[in-house]
Design a protein around this ligand. Structure first.
Ligand SMILES: *[C@@H]1O[C@H](CO)[C@@H](O)[C@H](O)[C@H]1NC(C)=O
Ligand SMILES: *[C@@H]1O[C@H](CO)[C@@H](O)[C@H](O)[C@H]1NC(C)=O
Ligand SMILES: *[C@@H]1O[C@H](CO)[C@@H](O)[C@H](O)[C@H]1NC(C)=O
Ligand SMILES: *[C@@H]1O[C@H](CO)[C@@H](O)[C@H](O)[C@H]1NC(C)=O
Ligand SMILES: *[C@@H]1O[C@H](CO)[C@@H](O)[C@H](O)[C@H]1NC(C)=O
Ligand SMILES: *[C@@H]1O[C@H](CO)[C@@H](O)[C@H](O)[C@H]1NC(C)=O
Length: 212
């Protein structure tokens, strides 16, 4: 209990530093930095104007000022997913894109082939919600987007998908990203430990929420 509370406080203070924006698909609501460590970045209600999104050939794009980050994408088939449980199956996060580490800060656009994840019940016309999980060294941050999947749509035409790295290292640092000291969680560089690492943070957020 004591450990959890301390870890939560550490998260609260630290998470003021690392942020990310979900550029595409459009998130559920306005970006509120202080709420980003919460479920769906603080937006618990499903939206009714869902983005029509390719079942196969989709993309997602984020921007961050932080180098050395990890992100993955969870999916929920629940009509109104309003808690982390609704993004899990048998206690495991239902991932539509596994956690991957990125060295640079900047804008990134990544393929998101929802069809390839073979999620039961997900097909043409399905309403789903994706939740992007971002970890920049000091705790998980979240953004959600409500989608209607379309098999007819084979690519995204209303968003320019491109990467633009920010070699300044972000946050006024003058060094190149390679000179940035590694975060205390040294496991960050090891992709096979990502899920467990992130799951620990996810668990802490759950505990912290229960404490409030
Ligand atoms: C999907 O969501 C839209 C908008 O909320 C709703 O009008 C539609 O009935 C839903 N479709 C299904 C199959 O649930
Ligand atoms: C949904 O509607 C709101 C309010 O009009 C708007 O701000 C938002 O951009 C819309 N979202 C999508 C995905 O179209
Ligand atoms: C998406 O995945 C499906 C199933 O693995 C595959 O058939 C399809 O070609 C993929 N689409 C793209 C655009 O890569
Ligand atoms: C969503 O999560 C809540 C809380 O765990 C649970 O009670 C509910 O059954 C879930 N909804 C679905 C459709 O699985
Ligand atoms: C895709 O096109 C088919 C045939 O025109 C149509 O029946 C189906 O409803 C479309 N799917 C969506 C999600 O719009
Ligand atoms: C952007 O970078 C990511 C990660 O390196 C890569 O997976 C993706 O394909 C790139 N996107 C574009 C549009 O080049």
């Amino acid at each position: 209990m004591q450990f959890s509370s301390l870890a939560f406080l550490a998260c609260l203070f630290a998470s003021a530093n690392a942020h990310f924006r979900l550029l595409y698909p459009e998130p559920r609501g306005a970006f509120v930095a202080a709420d980003e460590p919460k479920f769906c970045g603080g937006h618990t209600q499903v939206t009714t104007n869902r983005t029509v999104f390719p079942l196969s050939g989709g993309i997602f794009s984020i921007r961050t000022g932080h180098p050395e980050w990890t992100a993955g994408v969870m999916i929920s088939t629940v009509a109104n997913p309003n808690n982390f449980d609704n993004f899990t199956v048998d206690g495991q996060q239902q991932l539509v894109r596994g956690y991957a580490h990125e060295h640079d800060a900047g804008s990134f656009c990544m393929p998101l082939n929802i069809s390839a994840a073979n999620i039961p019940g997900v097909g043409d016309g399905s309403n789903v919600t994706i939740q992007v999980v971002f970890e920049g060294g000091d705790g998980n941050l979240y953004q959600c987007a409500d989608l209607t999947l379309s098999a007819n749509l084979t690519s995204v035409s209303d968003f320019t998908c491109e990467n633009a790295t920010d070699s300044s290292g972000g946050h006024g640092s003058h060094g190149t990203p390679s000179q940035t000291p590694a975060p205390t969680g040294a496991a960050l560089g090891l992709s096979h430990e990502m899920s467990a690492y992130t799951a620990v943070f996810l668990g802490l957020v759950g505990v912290a929420t229960a404490l409030l």
